[in-house]
Design a binder for this molecule. Sequence first.
Ligand code: MG
Length: 252
Amino acid sequence: MAEQPRGLLGYDDTPYISGSKYRVHDSTRPQPVVVTPGTESSQPQPGRVPSDAIVLFSGTSLESWHHKDGSSARWKVENGCMEVAPRTGNIITNTEFGDCQLHLEWAAPSAVAGQSQGRGNSGVFLMGRYEVQVLDCYNNPTYADGTTGAIYGQYPPLVNACRKPGEWQTYDIVWEAPRWDGDKKLVSPAYLTLFHNGVLLHNHRALLGPTTHRAVLPYAPHPSVGPLELQDHGNPMRFRNIWYRPLVPQDV
Ligand code: MG
């Protein structure tokens, strides 16, 4: 076997990294998994997803979703997107997951109707419990902790990065599920990072508990995985290009 130039693929005589079983530039440290990145979406076209993404909605079918009573999802699917069918109820994914990178795109109706929480309202509930607000806040004031991208009832977003109603908007979320010691004591709260249209709205924000309307809820133990839930708030909101990548703890 040909001899490798010294240091080409690492070293075995360097100091150990504090808290790690590996040395600096350790030659035995596992290589990162190769992922083929996706492409950005444009207004007419959703982008391609990363090669290791789990697709929850690709534009043609709601087979990965159902209503909370177990019935098939009755939202509309047309022109590559799903649309809330008002008063059919929220829908949830068949798949349950915890820590993840989540991408989704949404659009409010271009014909503006209603005001404040009544205009272009929906919501993205992580694990079916923690709502990131979806709302048309383009020239539409409402209470700050209910603005577009708010952690509903807890934290307003850092900024309002809304596009005009009718235009596609992206949410890119990094989610860390809360942790419990056994099934009793909260060890770590949920953390959320959110980019809206590429603009940072929350930077590793610790949630105070599940979200709700006009109340503050304490954490209550729940499983380490849960469904993604989209809200029917009575407005014909559209969604497309929904996928996630599970976050697997890194070997340190
Ligand atoms: Mg909502």
